[in-house]
Design a protein around this ligand. Structure first.
Ligand SMILES: *Cc1c(COP(=O)(O)O)cnc(C)c1O
Length: 343
């Protein structure tokens, strides 16, 4: 069997999750008549102490909806240059919202309140685009699963309130950050206007993301989701998977993190490995000492049924997840240990 470590999006539903999906009571969610969706949205909103939540088919659509909510065409948002909203959403920021991105070179995808402050255009200076939104990402994807310090987020939140800017969190992997820091989700709810959360990554659902926010913003988000073509009908089958994941899968993320740390420790001892970014959650980003080794390294593992991903610019990525079992983990560590002499 192939050991697929290219992303945590490759996860498939557990038997318990499939049972929950098959047994879901459903209705037409476009009329807000799907009980499983309504229950799920309430669960997520209350977990974060937010008024309301909305279920979406993808994380891209939740982020794009949030950006549309908080901006007008011609505005500018502030984000890190690694941000998923800028790099991996097909140019949606400009396509959907007519908004430009002011990019900050942060540290592993994380930016500070001081950096943000220096990027805010003066509202009176009409020659420049109006700054209306700040977007953070936690954990950072391109930054290798790095986790924000909550004190920095508090400073950013205060700055945004003072400057009357909206603050959105791309929390596709906020679950991993919460597992790492053990912080209260309600704290996050209180610091951001909107948060997007993915259920189809580490939590193992087949499909689905949720946007949380105030009653007013979610009411407007329903309209935007409809415009983007994201209104779904009997989506309770998918929402039931989300509810199941919250109850049964969330707690397993610490195993993904432990395995990621163990892989990083193993890589640390290999001569061909030049550097590894500090592993906090489930993503390991490392580079080898030559491009030739990079191709050999990936092929060596592929020949042994282990798939990992080249990120470009000499970086390689491994992502652990709930379908990566303890047996597979031991096999990977043994394979890397045997390979030591090879590179
Ligand atoms: C995966 C991901 C998303 C959403 O991606 P979809 O494939 O559209 O679900 C958004 N932000 C980050 C940081 C992600 O890793």
């Amino acid at each position: 069997m192939i050991i697929n470590l290219i992303s945590d999006t490759v996860t498939t539903p557990s038997d318990g999750m499939l049972d929950a999906m098959f047994n879901a009571t459903v209705g037409d969610d476009v009329f807000k008549e799907d009980p499983s969706v309504n229950i799920f949205e309430n669960q997520v909103a209350s977990l974060f102490g937010k008024e309301a939540a909305l279920f979406f088919p993808s994380g891209t659509m939740t982020n794009q909806t949030a950006i549309k909510l908080h901006t007008q065409p011609g505005d500018q948002l502030i984000c890190d240059h690694y941000a998923h909203i800028f790099n991996y959403e097909g140019g949606g920021v400009s396509f959907n919202s007519g908004v430009s991105c002011k990019m900050i070179r942060g540290e592993r995808g994380k930016i500070t309140s001081e950096q943000i402050k220096s990027c805010i255009n003066s509202p009176d200076f009409y020659h420049s685009p109006r700054t209306s939104l700040v977007c953070l990402e936690n954990t950072t994807n391109k930054g290798g699963g790095a986790v924000y310090n909550i004190n920095e987020i508090k400073k950013i939140s205060k700055l945004c309130k003072d400057e009357k800017l909206a603050l959105h969190l791309d929390g596709a992997r906020l679950w991993n950050a919460l597992e790492y820091t053990k912080e209260d989700p309600k704290m996050y709810g209180s610091l951001f206007d909107t948060i997007s959360l993915c259920f189809s990554k580490g939590l193992g659902c087949p499909v689905g993301s949720v946007l949380i926010g105030s009653n007013n913003s979610i009411k407007e988000a329903i309209r935007i989701r409809k415009i983007l073509g994201g209104g779904m009908r009997q989506s309770g089958y998918l929402a039931a998977a989300g509810s199941y994941a919250l109850e049964h899968h969330r707690k397993d993320l610490n195993e993904d993190h432990r395995r990621a740390r163990e892989i990083s420790d193993c890589l640390q001892n290999m001569v061909s490995v030049k550097s590894i970014e500090p592993v906090e959650t489930n993503i390991i980003i490392f580079s080898l000492n030559s491009a030739e080794n990079e191709t050999k390294f990936i092929k060596y593992l592929k020949d042994r049924e282990i798939h990992i991903m080249k990120l470009g610019k000499g970086k390689i990525r491994i992502v652990t997840h709930r379908n990566y079992t303890e047996d597979q983990h031991e096999y990977l560590l043994t394979t890397l240990t045997k390979m030591k002499s090879y590179g």
